[in-house]
Design a protein around this ligand. Sequence first.
Ligand code: AMP
Length: 278
Amino acid sequence: MKVFKSKTELATYLKGKTNIGFVPTMGALHKGHISLIKLSLEQCQYTICSIFVNPTQFNDKNDLLRYPRTPEKDIKMLEEAGCDIVFVPENDEIYPEGDVLKEFDFGHLETVMEGKQRPGHFNGVANVVQRLFEIVKPHKAFFGQKDYQQLCIIKQMVKQLQLPIEIVAAEIIREPDGLAMSSRNALLETEERKQAAGIFETLQLIKSKSKELTPTQLLQLANDNIKKYPLIHLEYIVFANAETLQETIIFDKNISIIMFIAVKLGKVRLIDNMLLAS
Ligand code: AMP
């Protein structure tokens, strides 16, 4: 596996190569990330992973400082997975002019859920992904549905900028107890980690009752179920249209509905989602 720190050297190496698959990450890799690498390996000739903890998408400085970093382990995991290239830039490779950002307009997609809770987050995400796309010039880029709203934002960005890149969505990979894999899980204390399984339990419970209860009753049930876990502090739990992300409490059988949840356990913020009906 080739390791690049310099965007110029990477771009030179990739020049003229076709069928490039790209997996952007912030490192502290787990099986969820590796599932994206595997998809890319299946579908593309060259698979490149970037590891860059993007400062412009953190609206909370402490969150950025605390974000887990495991560079040696990451490289080993990527090598074992068969990844061809890893790009590990420093800040000034990506933001040579400091954090002067382009202002995107994603309309409704960036004003709900994570966009509402984390002002500026998606603008930072779009800026870094656009810059990485410019360097790597991938043919396909792979994103996890765990960050479903981010996936919608990236698809919208590719459309707005008319980039010739196919965005591939990958399934959520979970721990044996159902907790969605996340780099942030490593920051949970033992008891928090145990109770974090309540997130998936709640999503599954709601899915299992989604044909017999009304959306309002389902939300009540979700809130009640989460209360069984005193360490889980609910930020939001909503139903939204899978395409537009419009929040809804009316289910229409012609529209796919996803249940989205964001919680805090101690200082650790976690998100998850589940398709209810399609
Ligand atoms: P991150 O390093 O958290 O920025 O994530 C990098 C990519 O991995 C994003 O496209 C995420 O959606 C994806 N990802 C993170 N966790 C999971 C998971 N549990 N299952 C599938 N994809 C994931």
